[in-house]
Design a binder for this molecule. Structure first.
Ligand code: C2E
Ligand code: CA
Ligand code: CA
Ligand code: CA
Length: 277
């Protein structure tokens, strides 16, 4: 028994140094990365559940490294958040996404809203609101077509968060609480925050066969409706889930059932083939 314990220890050590080496490699490759050739943005449609129309899309970053291959954002975003690299990566995403959306507006799809993920660190950085304002000016996208998705963890610093949210609201930019229900949240605070949308986390949607999860989803939707917020469900993969969500009066949805996140050119085809709002 002692022997295997010792082996385990060595095993963990080896695993640990392997994952640390990987982390350091990602950090240094991120620093060197030529953004415009290695990064891209995929778009996943947001669907108005009643009509099936495309209301907008979420921008999701993709990284393809010449040697490492495709690195998932679930792996490199947390590293970039830790090192601070997220500040400039996030700005890159915001600019590209707004520029692309402005282009689609000019092509006639002028009701499309773009949702962009923003890390807590980015959100709480000094000058964030002016950065957003500048990007809107440079790209020509009207503010009301931009929505920033932030997670519940921003509530840890309520007074700072409140200031930024008010600044964004003044600009006319929309805000949404992502992964709602999974994190640090307080209904009392939620009521006070000037946000527009809550996004029900996909873990609740994927487990909706279970009664307990269905009740949770229903409660979240009711809270949203009572607070006059828009509610969107993420991770929709089946028609059954859509039927339940519609029954609960959830207005918007997103998920593989409709489309995976896709390249801009593919998204354009999707737009051309569908009826817009
Ligand atoms: P998220 O913001 O919660 O995005 C939803 C994730 O679920 C995306 O993974 C999306 O591709 C995936 N997804 C969408 N529909 C379905 C579905 O029906 N079923 C399942 N199982 N999954 C679905 P992705 O693209 O790998 O992104 C992972 C996370 O990385 C995002 O989670 C977000 O937290 C972060 N991320 C991605 N792009 C950015 C970015 O530009 N900036 C920041 N700060 N974070 C980003
Ligand atoms: Ca998101
Ligand atoms: Ca989410
Ligand atoms: Ca998530």
């Amino acid at each position: 028994a002692k022997d295997s314990g010792k082996n385990n220890y060595c095993f963990y050590n080896a695993e640990l140094s392997k994952s640390m080496a990987r982390k350091m490699e990602i950090e240094s490759e991120l620093r060197k990365a030529d953004r415009d050739s290695q990064f891209s943005i995929f778009y996943q449609p947001k669907i108005e559940l009643k009509s099936g129309a495309i209301a907008g899309m979420e921008a999701l970053i993709r990284w393809e490294h010449p040697k490492l291959g495709v690195v998932s954002p679930t792996e490199f975003i947390p590293i970039a958040e830790e090192t601070g690299q997220i500040d400039s990566i996030g700005e890159w995403v915001l600019y590209q996404a707004c520029q692309q959306t402005a282009t689609w507006h000019r092509a006639g799809y002028d009701s499309l809203c773009i949702a962009v993920n923003v890390s807590v660190r980015q959100f709480q950085r000094r000058g964030f609101v002016s950065t957003v304002r500048n990007i809107l000016e440079q790209t020509g996208l009207p503010a009301q077509y931009l929505e920033l998705e932030i997670t519940e963890s921003i509530m840890r610093d309520v007074s700072e968060t409140m200031k930024v949210l008010q600044g964004l609201k003044k600009l006319g930019v929309k805000t949404s609480i992502d992964d709602f229900g999974t994190g640090y949240s307080s209904l009392h605070i939620l009521k006070e925050l000037p946000i527009d949308t809550i996004k029900i986390d996909k873990t609740f949607i994927s487990n909706m066969e279970k009664q307990a999860n269905r009740s949770m989803v229903r409660s979240i939707i009711d809270i949203g409706l009572n607070l006059n917020l828009r509610v969107i469900a993420e991770g929709i993969e089946s028609e059954e889930q859509v039927a339940i969500l519609k029954d609960y009066h959830c207005a918007l949805g997103q998920g593989y059932l409709y489309s995976k996140p896709i390249k801009a050119e593919m998204f354009e085809k999707l737009l051309a083939d569908s009826i817009l709002l």
